[in-house]
Every structure is written in C-alpha cells, then in structure tokens.
Design a binder for this molecule. Structure first.
Ligand code: CA
Length: 126
C-alpha cells in the first residue's frame, strides 16, 4: 500500500515537473528547419533559431546571441540525442552549421522584427 502511494506521488511529481519544464516554444510557419542544409538532428534547434532571427530584434536579442544560443542548443542535442560514438561528428556538424550561419546568414536576421513576435510562445524560442 505504501509503495503504491509513493509510486503514485513520484509519478505525479514527475508529471508536474515535466509540465513546468515543458518547452512552450511552438514555432509557426516562419520556421522551416535548417535552411539550406540537412536538418540532421537539429530540426527543433533550427526552428528556434528561425524564430530568434524573426523576433530577436523585438525582444532585444542580437543576431550573435541568436547564433550562440542556437549553437548551444545543437551541442545539447548532440549530448542528449546522439549515441556517444557519434557525438564528435554531431558537434563538428553543429560547428560547421554555426560557421556557415555566421558567415552567410546576416541578411536573414529581421530588424525590425516580424508581426507575430508579441505572441506568448515566442520568448521561449528566442
Ligand atoms: Ca530555417
């Protein structure tokens, strides 16, 4: 009986915790994954980066900050979703994407920002 109560409470706490930590970022039509390159495992990271580029200016987030956050997100993806054997290659891919973006994507950063940037889900993406 006690074990059942403990398991139930632990499950409930885990669900509450998941809910609190849930990412509210809900990229819309603006996000198209990793533009111009293969998505690899970075689709969610690239979608957030797309929203950051669309709304960063309105939220006081610079292009460099968008790029640095995106890089951190990709590295986190490598560390959490990739088998340890493939992580170095994954991280190399993240670095190449980051460098390509730094060198070629300056015009994609929207200043002023686009229309939907005041929507509630946007800050969680940026
Ligand atoms: Ca994109």
């Amino acid at each position: 009986m006690k074990i059942t109560i403990v398991i139930t409470l632990a499950t409930a706490l885990m669900l509450v915790d998941l809910n609190i930590c849930a990412d509210a970022c809900q990229p819309n039509y603006w996000a198209d994954g990793c533009s111009g390159v293969a998505d690899f495992k970075f689709t969610d990271d690239c979608n957030k980066h797309d929203i950051c580029y669309a709304c960063g200016n309105a939220l006081g987030v610079s292009r460099l900050s968008c790029d640095d956050r995106w890089y951190d997100n990709m590295i986190n993806t490598c560390n959490t979703k990739e088998h340890w054997f493939w992580r170095p290659g994954c991280k190399l891919m993240a670095w190449i994407y980051y460098r390509l973006d730094r060198d070629w994507a300056e015009k994609s950063y929207r200043a002023p920002s686009v229309g939907f940037c005041k929507e509630a889900w946007v800050p969680a993406c940026v």
